[in-house]
Design a protein around this ligand. Structure first.
Ligand code: EPZ
Length: 426
């Protein structure tokens, strides 16, 4: 398994480019199931989860072409025939977002067999809200040896109020409703930009949707959808990770090709920490404003402070003067990075959903273990300011969601390199 070797101490200087959003690309690729025409998506990130989604769609009979040439980062998907509407466990176990094909498959073919996603490092992450919603739309869903078997002659529009705000739950049901008979009204929806991005693609495919990006979404079902071309949003979590990299190293970093309005909660928090921020149309410049000051965060659904930035922020908090309280409201076990940060010298205590970070503590290099995508990013940020050379193991977690992560960071002065396993295999 690959490792990263990171030598701390360099301020990051220059311009770093943000790739397309993985969490937009995944539902948008699943949306191609809804039509027999070709769907073309641009600004697709070259990350492992996208490759996994390609495998999943191909296994069901779709033609998927992924191109990462200099100009493209484009995928062409054509689900003319879905010969095997099954999301197999071997694929689903490596990426729980595979459950995003459930709604589109039932809507398009009337049948779906999707392996239930297992647990996850950051929490149980059930999909009961997806299932309840599809049943409310007329699907019959049973559990069979670890798989969900779903059938529906034709889904019917429904009025659904989500018990909890769920991003992929909103996306799954939104896709299903586009081909349902009649009107659907969904309340307590997720407002994340990834939902809005998906809705923009669906409308380009002929869907009738109002209210995406707000808590209430109305959909008028149609009988067919057609192909479309759509450009995926920039990845707001990758952009946020780079903003914190600039701040924690005391550098002067221009984060380019991003969407600043998706970063409002993080930018406001970084300014509270004393970081200098200049916001442009499609870029954000972060500079040191002297000593970092402690500030509390509570993760909330969008537009609140994103849970996917909590681990990265905690690394910054170890370098901030004072006590920062970090409350994780979305997932029940999203502090896997804490013990590793403590091993590097951080002073953090956990009580339930709250972590208390006492800073500023000098961080020491160490051998650390990556556990999930964003915890891994947090450890890289800590390593960028640690004294000496930190070895990060199991960086495949990072490869799932960050495109060319080490190359991009090296391009702005980080001392980071990938090391194959001892036998040189990748
Ligand atoms: C999406 O996951 C993202 N993944 C996650 O990003 C992100 O952390 C999360 O939204 C929250 O923003 C993708 O978009 C592919 P949820 P999702 O459903 O949709 C509970 C990353 O790092 N819940 O909004 O799975 C759930 O357990 C990943 O890129 C139910 O109880 O998250 C959680 O506590 C990690 N029943 C809360 O709701 C359900 O049926 C929010 O989860 C669904 C969710």
């Amino acid at each position: 398994m690959d490792k990263f070797v990171v030598r701390g101490g360099n301020p990051l200087l220059g311009t770093i480019k943000v790739s397309g959003a993985k969490n937009s690309a995944l539902p948008c690729m699943a949306a191609a199931i809804l039509t027999e025409d070709e769907v073309i998506l641009e600004n697709i990130p070259q990350v492992q989860d996208i490759e996994t989604e390609r495998k999943l769609l191909t296994s069901m009979g779709a033609e998927v072409e992924l191109g990462y040439g200099r100009a493209q980062h484009r995928t062409h998907i054509k689900c003319a025939i879905l010969s095997d509407p099954v999301a197999k466990y071997e694929i689903v176990k490596t990426m729980r977002a595979s459950s995003l094909v459930l709604g589109p498959l039932i809507a398009r073919t009337g049948i779906a067999r999707v392996a239930m996603p297992g647990g996850c490092a950051i929490g149980g992450r059930p999909i009961d809200l997806h299932i309840n919603g599809l049943e409310a739309m007329g699907a019959t869903i049973t559990q069979d040896h670890g798989y969900l078997e779903a059938r529906a002659d034709r889904l019917k529009g429904a009025h659904i109020v989500f018990d909890k705000i769920t991003v992929t739950g909103t996306e799954d049901l939104l896709m299903a409703a586009t081909l349902a008979e009649g009107e659907s009204v969904f309340e307590n929806c997720a407002r994340e930009p990834e939902v809005t991005d998906l809705a923009a693609l669906l409308v380009a495919m002929g869907a009738k949707i109002e209210g995406a990006g707000t808590s209430t979404i109305r959909i008028q079902g149609v009988s067919k959808l057609h192909g479309a071309r759509h450009r995926i949003n920039p990845d707001r979590i990758e952009a946020g990770t780079f903003l914190i990299a600039g701040a924690i190293t005391g550098g002067d970093l221009n984060v380019d090709c991003c969407e600043p309005k998706h970063l409002a909660a993080l930018i406001s928090k970084l300014e509270q920490c004393g970081v200098k921020i200049d916001v442009g149309a499609d870029h954000v410049r972060v500079r040191s404003g002297g000593e970092l000051k402690a500030a509390d965060i509570t993760t909330e659904e969008y537009p609140g402070f994103p849970t996917d930035m909590q681990a990265q922020y905690m690394a910054l908090a170890t370098q901030s003067e004072g006590t920062s309280t970090v409350i994780e409201n979305i997932f029940e076990n999203r502090f896997m990075h804490v013990q590793e940060l403590i091993r590097m010298g951080a002073n953090i205590t956990i009580s339930g959903r709250a972590a208390t970070v006492r800073g500023k503590t000098p961080l020491q290099s160490a051998a650390v273990m990556c556990s999930d995508l964003r915890a891994s990013a947090s450890l890289v940020l800590a390593a960028l300011v640690a004294d000496g050379e930190t070895i990060l193991d199991r960086v495949y977690h990072l490869d799932r969601g960050y495109e060319h992560f080490e190359e991009k960071l090296r391009g702005v002065g980080a001392q980071i390199r990938r090391m194959g396993d001892v036998f040189g295999k990748r």
